[in-house]
Design a binder for this molecule. Structure first.
Ligand code: NAD
Ligand code: SF4
Length: 436
C-alpha cells in the first residue's frame, strides 16, 4: 500500500462487505455472500488440522492484545476428560471502540459461523457470547440470528449431518467495563461479581467453571470463516508479514466521516484519513489514539506509523482495539485526559490499591490543573502516581489509565504548564468554575 493509490483501494471489505445490503443480518443475505462455506470446509478437516491452519494463517486476536488465535486454541488440553468452552468477548467498552457492536448488528451470522468452526476445533459443545448489556437491539438481533441458525441446522445436534453438536448461549452483562477483562468476564458469566482473577492459570487451562476455555473477541472469531472459505494465501496477501489480514478500524472525533473502515493491517492513519475525508474542514490534527484511550496518544508526527502490531507496537505502544480517536487543535488535551481518567476511576473494580486509589487521585489532580487551580509540582505528582499504577496493578485497566497521562505529558507538557502559569484553561476560561 502507498499513499498514491486511490483512497477506496486502500479498503478491504470482508466482514463489512454486506453492511449496505437490505437486511444484511438475515441468514438469506449471509448465504448470498458465501456464508457458511467456511464451516463446510472446516467440517471436512480434522480438528487438529483446523487449529494448525488457523495458526498458520497468522490471525491475531482483534480484541486489543493481538495474541495469535490459533495458538490460543492449541493451548486447550486434549483428552483431559473435561468439558471445553468457547466464550466470545462481546463486551466492547474501550472508549472510542465501536467495531464489534456494528459487526454483530449488521452481520451476526459471521460470528455464529466462526463460533461453530472454533468450537469444532477445540472440541466444545457449548459456547457463550458475553454481550455488553446496554446494547439491547444487538441482544435481540443475536437471539434472532441464533434461533435462525438452529432452525437451519447450523446449531444444535448433528450440525449439517457431521455428528457435531453445539449449543450457543447469549448472555448480556450489566455494563461494567471491567467485565471485558477475560477473567472478570468469566466470573460474571458464572454469576459472581466481575473481578479479574490471577493469571496464570490462563483461561485456556482453567477458565469457565475451571475448565479449559478459549476466550476470543467477536472480530477474531468472525474473521475465521473467510479464512476457511478463501484460504491462508489470500489472507496473508493482506496486511503485513507479522500482522496479516483485514481488520475493522473505528474512526471517531474530529473527522469528516466517522465510522467503521475495514482495511488491511499496516495501513496508516494518513491513509485512513484520506478515505474518511480527513480532519474536519478548516482544522488540523492535534493528537489521536491508535487503540482507544488505554493506548498512548500520538500526534501528527505519527501519521505514517503502520497500524499493526509491529509499527504502532514499535513506537512504544500497542495497536489495541484499533479505535482511532481524532482530536483537532480546538481540543484541550488536559480536558480530554481528565475525561478518560474519570472513566477509568469510575470503572476501576477496586480490587487492587494502585488502581483504586491511584485513579481517584489522578482525577483530583487533573481536575484542578484543568480548572487553572493547579500548584507547582502537580505534573510531577501526576507522573509519580501514573508510575505507581503502571505495571503494579492487578490487570490491564490500571496500565490503561496511566497511559494517557504519561504520553500527554510527553507530547503536551507545555499545555499543562500553561494551565498552571495562566491559572485558567486556555481553551475554556469558564472551566475554572467547574472544579472550584
Ligand atoms: P494479554 O496480552 O494478557 O492476553 C491476551 C490473550 O492471550 C488472553 O486471552 C490470554 O488469556 C492469552 N494468553 C496470554 N498469555 C498466555 C499464555 N501464556 N497461555 C495461555 N494464554 C495466554 O492481554 P489482556 O490483558 O487479556 O487484554 C489486554 C488488551 O485488552 C489490551 O490490548 C486492550 O487493548 C484490550 N482491551 C479491549 C477492550 C475492548 O473494548 N475491546 C477494552 C479494554 C481493553
Ligand atoms: Fe480492579 Fe483496577 Fe486492579 Fe484491575 S487494576 S483489578 S480494575 S482495581
Amino acid at each position: 500500500m502507498t499513499s498514491v493509490e486511490p483512497a477506496e483501494k486502500l479498503l478491504s471489505p470482508v466482514l463489512s462487505a454486506s453492511w449496505d445490503d437490505s437486511r444484511p443480518w438475515t441468514l438469506d443475505t449471509y448465504l448470498r455472500h458465501d456464508g457458511y462455506r467456511g464451516l463446510r470446509n472446516a467440517l471436512a478437516m480434522a480438528p487438529d488440522d483446523l487449529i494448525a491452519l488457523v495458526k498458520d494463517s497468522g490471525l491475531r486476536g482483534r480484541g486489543g492484545a493481538g495474541f495469535p488465535t490459533g495458538m490460543k486454541w492449541q493451548f486447550i488440553p486434549q483428552n483431559d476428560g473435561k468439558p471445553h468452552y468457547l466464550v466470545v468477548n462481546a463486551d466492547e467498552s474501550e472508549p472510542g471502540t465501536c467495531k464489534d457492536i456494528p459487526l454483530l448488528f449488521a452481520n451476526p451470522h459471521s460470528l455464529i459461523e466462526g463460533m461453530i468452526i472454533a468450537s469444532y476445533a477445540i472440541r466444545c459443545d457449548h459456547a457463550f457470547i458475553y454481550l455488553r448489556g446496554e446494547v439491547v437491539p444487538v441482544l435481540r438481533r443475536l437471539h434472532a440470528a441464533v434461533a435462525e441458525a438452529y432452525e437451519a441446522g447450523y446449531l444444535g445436534k448433528n450440525i449439517l449431518g457431521s455428528g457435531i453438536d453445539l449449543d450457543i448461549t447469549v448472555h448480556a452483562g450489566a455494563g461494567a467495563y471491567i467485565c471485558g477483562e477475560e477473567t472478570a468476564l468469566l466470573d460474571s458469566l458464572e454469576g459472581r461479581r466481575g473481578q479479574p482473577r490471577l493469571r496464570p492459570p490462563f483461561p485456556a487451562i482453567a477458565g469457565l467453571y475451571a475448565c479449559p476455555t478459549v476466550v476470543n473477541n467477536v472480530e477474531s472469531i468472525a474473521s475465521v470463516p473467510p479464512i476457511l472459505a478463501r484460504g491462508n494465501e489470500w489472507f496473508k496477501s493482506l496486511g503485513t508479514e507479522k500482522s496479516p489480514g483485514f481488520t475493522l478500524y473505528s474512526l471517531s472525533g474530529h473527522v469528516t466521516n466517522p465510522g467503521q473502515y475495514e482495511a488491511p493491517l499496516g495501513i496508516t492513519l494518513r491513509q485512513l484519513l484520506d478515505v474518511s475525508g480527513g480532519v474536519r474542514a478548516g482544522h488540523r490534527l492535534k493528537f489521536w489514539t491508535p487503540g482507544g484511550s488505554s493506548t498512548p496518544m500520538f500526534t501528527d508526527e505519527h501519521l505514517d506509523v503502520p497500524l499493526d502490531y509491529e509499527g504502532v507496537g514499535a513506537a512504544g505502544s500497542m495497536l489495541g482495539t484499533k479505535a482511532l480517536q481524532i482530536f483537532d487543535e480546538t481540543t484541550c488535551v488536559v480536558r480530554a485526559v481528565t475525561r478518560w481518567t474519570e472513566f477509568y476511576a469510575h470503572e476501576s473494580c477496586g480490587k487492587c490499591t494502585p488502581c483504586r486509589e491511584g485513579t481517584y487521585w489522578l482525577v483530583q489532580l487533573l481536575k484542578r490543573v484543568e480548572a487553572g487551580q493547579g500548584v507547582p509540582g502537580d505534573l510531577e505528582k501526576l507522573l509519580d502516581i501514573a508510575d505507581n499504577i503502571n505495571g503494579k496493578s492487578f490487570c490491564a485497566l490500571g496500565d490503561g489509565a496511566a497511559s494517557p497521562i504519561v504520553s500527554s505529558l510527553q507530547h503536551f507538557r507545555a499545555e499543562y504548564e500553561q494551565h498552571l502559569s495562566e491559572r485558567r484553561c486556555p481553551f475554556d476560561p469558564a472551566a475554572s468554575t467547574v472544579w472550584a
